[in-house]
Every structure is written in structure tokens, then in C-alpha cells.
Design a protein around this ligand. Structure first.
Ligand SMILES: Nc1ncnc2c1ncn2[C@@H]1O[C@H](COP(=O)(O)OP(=O)(O)OP(=O)(O)O)[C@@H](O)[C@H]1O
Length: 310
């Protein structure tokens, strides 16, 4: 199939003359998992609600399989909203069938899928229970099933991992992976950078309503420093600051973290370390998405080629 499943183009939205998101553009293709990331209040949910048509963007367009606005076949989209809430007294099976019916999905197939997913997510035998009889995390899993019961082409998940224990996170993560493998286009927001790093093909990070970085995990890491070298030793800050091809040094006692410039191979860099550097321990690793996130969110500005901090 040609063309992206979802195309967001220059979307902007203001509330009471205050611009909340601006010039947001990205695409999600069939079978792709895209993460929308950013600190609290960055504008992730506003972007997602604009895509879902819950909010009407002031600028830009949202296209699903090339359709826009009123002609979007919304029954082909699945959505897990940030604000959770299901009918407390109704049985779980009835809730799931209700969601399927809203999306014109056949009841018999929906029933089979509901039982399959309840089992997969550790809720086997709970179909007759009501939401009020379940824990918060269990309720969240039911809401996840409700968002995928109708086999959507595009799945939008606003913080699917919040409030889930590590085992439940793993379960949801593997379901998301499986759905993508079967061709579902997935857009998700999350604060768990380790999960995003494992799960997502591409990411789009916003800060104060605007894009700060986007691309595949590799592309994002290449735009940022590629590697960091942690040295334990009694070294003067001035010596470390003079080392070549280092973007930034962070020192805490005997531990110094050196963020290397992009495209520097650690093996080459290590060979030219001066003998005066004292090394008790040395590790080299790729920088994590978690570090990139904190850097952006705290305006430290690790890098960007040619943007070396003073
Ligand atoms: N209906 C509204 N009216 C006015 N301001 C709003 C409205 N909805 C959101 N905002 C503001 O827009 C900004 C972005 O909010 P949004 O919920 O999109 O952030 P977010 O990135 O999803 O944050 P979080 O990670 O905390 O969920 C915030 O400053 C918020 O106060």
C-alpha cells in the first residue's frame, strides 16, 4: 500500500490566544511504531486530540489514508485516551462488545478477540466481572483491549504504560509489537524512555509545543552525541576540558562523564588519550534516549553539530 497511514502536516493549536502546539508535522506508516515524546505539558495530548478530531486544529491538516476531516473513516482508528474511564458497573465483555459495535465490527469476531486478549493480558475468566471489581492496572488493560478490539489500521495510544507494573508493561509492549508486525500503524506517547527505545521505530520529540528532534533511534542518537566515556580517576577538570572531540564534560567527584562528538569512533578516540589522564575505571557506551530527553527537557542542549557548548 502506498502512502502513510497517518500524515500530520503543520498542525497548530491555541487556547485563549496561547499557542500550545505549532508546526507539528510527521507521518506514521503501515506497521510502524512512532513515539511522540516530550516533558509534561509539552503538547503531546493536544497533538493526539487534534489528530483524533476531539480538538480542531487552528492550522494544518491531518490525513488518514489520504482522507481528511469529515471523510476520515474513524472506525478504522483505535484510541486509548489519556483520561481513563469505563462504565464501572457493566461487565467487561459487554464493554468490549459495545466498543466493537461502535466501530461496526462483527459481534462474533469481537467476542473471540475479547476472550483471546483477556487471556493474553492475564485477565482470563474476568469477562463477567465489572470494572469496579478490577484493580486500576487491570482496568487499564481492558481499556487497551477496547482500543484494538475492532482491528484498527491506526492505533493511537496516549500513555499506555502509565500505572502498569513491569510485568504488565511487558505484556502490553509485546502486544503492541505484534500488532505492528501484523501491519497496524501505531502512534504512542510515553514517559518510559527505556520502553520507547526498545519498542519504537521512530520518534518525534516536542518541547513547548514544537518539534525539537525526530527520526529513527539511530538518527536521533547521531544528531546527539553518539557515545559517552565514563572515567574514574583523580583528574583535574582543566585536563578533561582540553581533551579533543568532547562535547561536554560532567564531573562528580572522581567520576567524569565525557560526551563525545557525533561520529567519533571510541576505539580511535581512546588511542589518543594523553598519558597524564588517570584511569582507575573506564567505560564507553552509547548515550541513552533517557539522557537525550533530560538534556532537552532541562534546556541543557547537549549538542547538534556546530552547537558545541562553551
Ligand atoms: N483545554 C485546554 N485549555 C487551555 N489550556 C490547555 C487545554 N488543554 C491543554 N492545555 C495546555 O496545553 C499544554 C499542553 O498540554 P498537553 O496535555 O497537550 O501536554 P502533554 O505533553 O500531553 O503533557 P503530560 O505529559 O503532562 O500529559 C499545557 O500547558 C496545558 O496546560
Amino acid at each position: 500500500m502506498s502512502g502513510p497511514v497517518l500524515a500530520v502536516n503543520q498542525v497548530g493549536k491555541s487556547f485563549k490566544n496561547k499557542q500550545i502546539i505549532k508546526d507539528i508535522s510527521f507521518e506514521v506508516k503501515k506497521g510502524e511504531i512512532m513515539a511522540i515524546l516530550g516533558p509534561n505539558g509539552a503538547g503531546k495530548s493536544t497533538t493526539i486530540r487534534s489528530i483524533m478530531g476531539i480538538l480542531h486544529p487552528d492550522e494544518g491538516t491531518v490525513k488518514f489514508h489520504g482522507h481528511s476531516a469529515g471523510s476520515i473513516p474513524r472506525h478504522r482508528i483505535g484510541y486509548l485516551p489519556e483520561e481513563r474511564g469505563l462504565y464501572k458497573k457493566v461487565s467487561i465483555m459487554d464493554i468490549l462488545l459495545y466498543f466493537a459495535e461502535l466501530k461496526d465490527y462483527p459481534v462474533k469476531k469481537a467476542k473471540e478477540r475479547a476472550l483471546t486478549y483477556l487471556k493474553k493480558l492475564g485477565l482470563e475468566g474476568k469477562e463477567k466481572s465489572s470494572i469496579e471489581e478490577l484493580s486500576k492496572g487491570m482496568g487499564q488493560k481492558v481499556q487497551f483491549i477496547a482500543s484494538i478490539i475492532h482491528e484498527p489500521d491506526l492505533l493511537i495510544l496516549d500513555e499506555p504504560f502509565s500505572g502498569l507494573d513491569p510485568v504488565s508493561q511487558e505484556l502490553i509492549k509485546s502486544e503492541i509489537k505484534e500488532l505492528a508486525n501484523k501491519g497496524t500503524a501505531i502512534l504512542l506517547s510515553a514517559h518510559q524512555m527505556n520502553v520507547v527505545e526498545e519498542l519504537c521505530d521512530r520518534l518525534f520529540m516536542i518541547h513547548r509545543g514544537q518539534k525539537v528532534i525526530s527520526g529513527t533511534m539511530e538518527e536521533v542518537k547521531a544528531q546527539y552525541a553518539n557515545y559517552k566515556c565514563v572515567i574514574r580517576g583523580n583528574n583535574e577538570e582543566s585536563i578533561l576540558a582540553r581533551l579533543p572531540q568532547v562535547q561536554r564534560v560532567e564531573q562528580s567527584g572522581e567520576l567524569a562523564t565525557l560526551y563525545l562528538e557525533a561520529n567519533i569512533q571510541p576505539s580511535t578516540w581512546l588511542k589518543q588519550l594523553p598519558e597524564e589522564i588517570q584511569i582507575q575505571e573506564l567505560t564507553v557506551s552509547r548515550i541513552s534516549l533517557h539522557e537525550i530527553f533530560i538534556d532537552i527537557a532541562t534546556d541543557k542542549k547537549l549538542l547538534g553539530e556546530g552547537e558545541k557548548s562553551a
